[in-house]
Design a protein around this ligand. Sequence first.
Ligand SMILES: CC(C)(COP(=O)(O)OP(=O)(O)OC[C@H]1O[C@@H](n2cnc3c(N)ncnc32)[C@H](O)[C@@H]1OP(=O)(O)O)[C@@H](O)C(=O)NCCC(=O)NCCSC(=O)c1cc(O)c2ccccc2c1O
Length: 262
Amino acid sequence: MEFQDIIYEVENHTATITINRPEVYNAFRYRTVVELIEALYDAGYDKDIGSIVLTGAGEKAFCTGGDQKNHDGQYQGGNRGTVGMPVEQLHAAIRDMPKPVIAKVRGYAIGGGNVLATLCDLTLAADTAIFGQVGPKMGSVDPGYGTALLARCVGEKKAREIWYLCRRYSAQEACDMGLVNKVVPAAELDAEVRRWCDEINEKSPTAIALAKTSFNADSENIKGIGGLAFQALRLYYGTEESKEGVTALNEKRKPDFRKHVK
Ligand SMILES: CC(C)(COP(=O)(O)OP(=O)(O)OC[C@H]1O[C@@H](n2cnc3c(N)ncnc32)[C@H](O)[C@@H]1OP(=O)(O)O)[C@@H](O)C(=O)NCCC(=O)NCCSC(=O)c1cc(O)c2ccccc2c1O
């Protein structure tokens, strides 16, 4: 598959997958998600690769979730995925690849972008990074890994705060709550990620794969909950209440959800 929305590079046994849509702060559309899955599988089963880095192009954002300019109740572009984009399959790919996936975060990791970072095995962030969820502010929610796995990382109370209030958190705050492994000055992020990957790549690939799979086993039930919840999300996206959030975001105004609650 020829990639348009992402860049795929391999160096020193590490594959780097870069979401390359800086004009929309690396938000993902249907094509982006399909390409990310393909690239993860390419890297995941290439025996020469020991680690995978997921990142976003430019300084502004890692990823800001679903492309809201491409969304009107249903996402356009293809026929995979419960909600019009195979995001559940992308989440599964990050978890199922038998090697560590490392999120390299500069700028915003917001909405579905924060979920991607949460799902990665490790997260290294520039001191300029900003984390948060936005769903209830704009008519969406990322149920399953986005909620329950987040709670495993930061604890139940903090995860609920993140989802109910939709605040933004600095890289240091995210690190303090367990969402980030290390924060470094932005200019040092590439070198830091390189060091972590080189250390991982020296280790026994089979031992690493066994460790990853066994970590996953303990939270695998979340996939089932997510499957059910994405069916509910499909119905929610069709409602006026959800559409109000997207319309307000695109019109750069505050949403009025109350008028749609019956
Ligand atoms: C991230 C921001 C807080 C940054 O604010 P700031 O003021 O610094 O910058 P701008 O707002 O001016 O943004 C610059 C430029 O980028 C465009 N942009 C940013 N994010 C997106 C986006 N997600 N989609 C489309 N476009 C985006 C922005 O419009 C500007 O372009 P202009 O042409 O107007 O200049 C702030 O940008 C922000 O809050 N962004 C939106 C965040 C958001 O709502 N994300 C989506 C949440 S829903 C989601 O992520 C999601 C998850 C899933 O799992 C799904 C699964 C299946 C289907 C859908 C899913 C889904 O949607």
